[in-house]
Design a protein around this ligand. Sequence first.
Ligand code: NAD
Length: 364
Amino acid sequence: MEKNIVVLPGDGIGPEVLAEAVKILHAVERRFGCSFALREALIGGAAYEAEGDPLPEETLAACRAADAVLLGAVGGPRWAEAPVDKRPEAGLLRIRKELGLYANLRPAVVFPELASLSCLRPDLVEQGLDLLVVRELSGDVYFGLPAGEERRDGARQAFNNMIYDEREIRRIAIVAFEAAMKRKRRLCSVDKANILAVSRLWREVVREVGADYPGVELSHMYVDNCAMQMVIRPAQFDVLLTANLFGDILSDEAAGVAGSLGLLPSASLSGTAQSGGIGLYEPVHGSAPDITGQDKANPLAAILSTAMMLDMTFGLKDAAVAVEQAVRRTLAEGFRTADIAAGQPGTRLASCREMGDLVAARLV
Ligand code: NAD
């Protein structure tokens, strides 16, 4: 079966880190005897300059026809004055909406070799950390209607509507349980059920879905407590399931716990692999205009996003694990890009391209 991947390098360091991710895909092809059909397309500022649109119709059509999309990053000061709907970020928001990506998965991993990058006390992370935040991406207070601002009783009043229907909760819960099945089988659902009606429905539906996954240990936690537990005892978590608003905040907190933007991958899905959903895989970081074109960017977040794609869209678990192990071996041997080298004595500085070569060489 042909594995169709659309590659969207985007702007800034996007093309630099994706070139290394593609290098890794070719190494996977050689080692595992599989083959990927790669097609490159424009998005973001690059697309706006070439086509007058940050998400050209041709790009969207290519993504819709693909199994997976690999994205670099979009944006930069060059397009700060562009009309709002033509800014690079508008292309990103639109592609998520058009592809129906409702599940965002962000692993926060602290490799023991890099524990010093975490902002937490060393004893909390010295064994490493490995948690996954599964965040609902298309509903909640961000999209609920009515929303707006009006004058009432002589004062300005603004409002948003926190709303979920059970189908939205069920489908994201299934993604989270499926992810937990492939990990340590522990799922913590985060809500505010002591206050919010929406959260009470959330909890009820998650429990119902949980009945189909007796092998997964399900727990529930209030969001305020979860924010605290994440920094005092992060190792207790395996998979965290959250609604859009809470997940927005908790996934960034988890990123802070992990330490470096250049290491964090993500996946956005329109369904599970079984249901034939499409996946968009991208590093969490942006286009880093301050280091663009200097061969300094850390490509590991893009490479680890590729590993997620191999596992989640293509079911190539062995290949995904091999890529992760190649990354860890490279780090264990002391190689670092500049962003993760600071304060780490005895490390060997690598450029973006060299880091890609090193990981690829450890895959053969
Ligand atoms: P950023 O993530 O681009 O950069 C923040 C800091 O981290 C910078 O100092 C940068 O050099 C560093 N950094 C980020 N990724 C790195 C990597 N792989 N290797 C080494 N260092 C890295 O965030 P920002 O500066 O707030 O935003 C820059 C642009 O990126 C803006 O236009 C913003 O809108 C856009 N952005 C895009 C995405 C996306 O495409 N998904 C996400 C966030 C920001």
